[in-house]
Design a protein around this ligand. Structure first.
Ligand code: ATP
Ligand code: MG
Length: 568
């Protein structure tokens, strides 16, 4: 275990990035008693998505590499949007990804009393004031980056009056929007965030943890940096948009003035993926308006959606490592995420045969009631996975696509008079094509060569194709759900005057209810992974019942999408 850790450390160090360089420099300078302490700070206002996964892997990963710690902190400063359901899903997702905060679970709301006391301190020092103007007026006075802001007429209120008003705000004497508390910094600062930012507002909302105790709530910017400080965070990793907030966070910490220590904020570029929307607000809209079947719909880029789709924690962690961290915003091709899960499942997934678009085959020279068990390999990439038995019977299903009545030159699979191999079973030759009254093919008749058992050629003769199949009488009837991208456009939310929902792919979900799988899958449980030979990676969906197993296709075996697009 220790050796593994050392190897992992060495490997991680090799890929040193600008964050590692900063931490190394701090350690070399003896800062923070050589501690490395990070945090993952989600707002519980939605389910986590793959962008958050990157932040989780980064924050927990850094602590692991440096022998440090990571806190989980809920930034729950906005009671109107936050819910316990989100808190629980976030904890589940972080754990599922393979990380643990031990006993270091925090909420910004734990610090409400300290934040309130700090606001009082600022008022007493003449560094904060109560403003009676409404939000629009305050915003109109803010100016622009080129034009300095205007001072509020309430800016020079006496300390005593500010104290009295703020306490009465907290006691619930005023209505929402009637008053705010602002930090008194500099209305002419070139940094807009320093122009007397609002630090407390009146909200008469029920908070998921503090109930109705508070009528005033700190703004995110007033809470975030101080929470980091009080938790002893050494490196506050955040996304680039917070770079301009850093002077404000520093100003607040300066006012706390009780030690030399301060968290170092390091910004990195957030993850964007092609064909994906990533903002929680937009994902919430998809859920609320039922464009998808909930936060964990397998088409969603949420961690819970990816899990249900069949992604593994390892594949997401590997993806996060592969893309690394940068200082420049960019967009990662979603096929890289798909590659990561394919790569992991190729090594680990149990192989089975499944037919999702069945065509019946009757082997006319095979005994009617015979069930023969044939040996099959569980995972060619992993010998230790062993073998299993697959039942062969007179009636089988093959994939409709694997037969053509009038095959073109390059079609090597089954056709009238042709011989192919049924995987692990026998060579079979098609002797008859049975059609219904509409001329549609309903059944094939074939003969088998008993000497080709196991799919081995009895006399050196060759066949050009090997097909997968399932016994019609022993196979398990199942539902299979195939997914395509949720959006048809590379950047669905990148169009100025067009709503992102306009780019939704109407064919993103295809439900096939007449599929047949090897009996092996009978013992599986939700989230178990499989490769259905030649069709892709699948996993069992939680909707499964013993009567009706349900499987999701995680990803096809190859990236067929790019090719299909290029052809059009
Ligand atoms: P969204 O923009 O999707 O609504 P958010 O930033 O409001 O996300 P938070 O709950 O505040 O969501 O995010 C928690 C942490 O995850 C923050 O540290 C944030 O920087 C990080 N994070 C959010 N989105 C991404 C992303 N796309 N890539 C990397 N990190 C992200
Ligand atoms: Mg945020």
């Amino acid at each position: 275990m220790a050796e593994n850790n050392t190897a992992a450390n060495a490997e991680a160090k090799k890929k040193a990035n600008f964050i590692h360089m900063q931490i190394d420099a701090d350690l070399a300078a003896g800062k923070n008693d050589k501690r490395v302490h990070t945090r993952f700070p989600p707002e519980p206002n939605g389910y986590l998505h793959i962008g958050h996964a990157k932040s989780i892997c980064l924050n927990f990963g850094l602590a692991q590499q440096y022998g440090g710690k990571t806190n989980l902190r809920f930034d729950d400063t906005n009671p109107s949007k936050e819910e316990t359901e989100y808190v629980e899903s976030i904890m589940e997702d972080v754990r599922w990804l393979g990380f643990d905060w031990d006993d270091r679970l925090y909420y910004a709301s734990d610090f409400f009393p300290k934040l309130y006391a700090f606001a009082i301190q600022l008022i007493k020092e003449g560094k904060a004031y109560v403003d009676d103007q409404d939000a629009e007026t305050i915003s109109a006075q803010k100016g622009t980056p080129q034009k300095p802001g205007m001072e509020s007429p309430f800016r020079s209120r006496p300390v005593e009056e500010n104290l009295d008003l703020f306490e009465r705000m907290a006691a619930g004497e005023f209505n929402e929007g009637e008053k705010v508390l602002r930090a008194k910094i500099d209305m002419t600062s070139p940094n807009m965030h320093m122009r007397d930012p609002i630090i407390y507002r009146i909200m008469k909302a029920h908070h998921h943890r503090t109930g109705d105790k508070w009528c005033v709530y700190p703004m995110y910017d007033f809470a975030h940096g101080q929470c980091d400080y009080w938790e002893g965070i050494t490196h506050s990793i955040c996304t680039l948009e917070f770079e301009v907030h850093r002077p404000l966070y520093d100003w607040f910490i300066d006012q706390l003035k009780d030690s030399d220590y301060r968290p170092r904020q390091i910004e990195f570029a957030r993850l964007n993926l092609t064909y994906t929307v990533m903002s929680k607000r937009k994902l919430l809209e998809l859920v609320k308006d039922k464009h998808v079947n909930g936060w964990d719909d397998p088409r969603m880029p949420t961690i819970s959606g990816l899990r249900r789709r069949g992604y593994t924690p390892e594949s997401i962690r590997n993806f996060s490592d592969k893309i690394g961290v940068t200082k420049v915003d960019g967009t990662i091709d979603v096929s890289l995420l798909e590659f990561s899960v394919r790569e992991h499942l190729n090594k680990t997934a149990q192989r089975v045969m499944g037919v999702i678009n069945p065509l019946k085959v009757v082997i006319t020279n095979y005994p009617e009631d015979q069930v023969e068990q044939l040996g099959a390999i569980n995972n060619p990439e992993d010998e230790s996975a062993g073998t299993r038995q697959v039942p062969f019977t007179r009636e089988l299903y093959i994939e409709r696509d694997d037969f053509m009545e009038d095959p073109p030159r390059k079609f090597f699979r089954l056709g009238p008079g042709r011989e192919v191999r049924l995987r692990y079973a026998y060579f079979v030759t098609c002797t008859d094509v049975i059609k219904d009254e509409n001329g549609e093919i309903v059944e094939l008749h074939c003969t088998y060569d008993p000497a080709s058992k196991g799919g081995n050629s009895p006399d050196g003769r060759k066949v050009k194709a090997t097909l997968h199949w399932v016994s019609a009488t022993e196979g398990v009837k199942s539902e299979v759900r195939l997914y395509d991208r949720l959006f048809n456009d590379e950047e669905p939310d990148g169009h100025k005057d067009v709503d992102f929902k306009e780019f939704m792919n109407p064919d993103s979900l295809q439900v096939l209810t007449d599929c047949y799988l090897e009996p092996f899958i009978k013992d599986s449980k939700p989230l178990d992974h499989f490769q259905f030979e030649r069709l892709g990676y699948f996993n069992m969906d939680p909707d499964s019942t013993p009567e009706k197993p349900v499987f999701n296709r995680t990803v096809a075996l190859k990236d067929s999408w790019v090719k299909a697009q290029n052809k059009e």
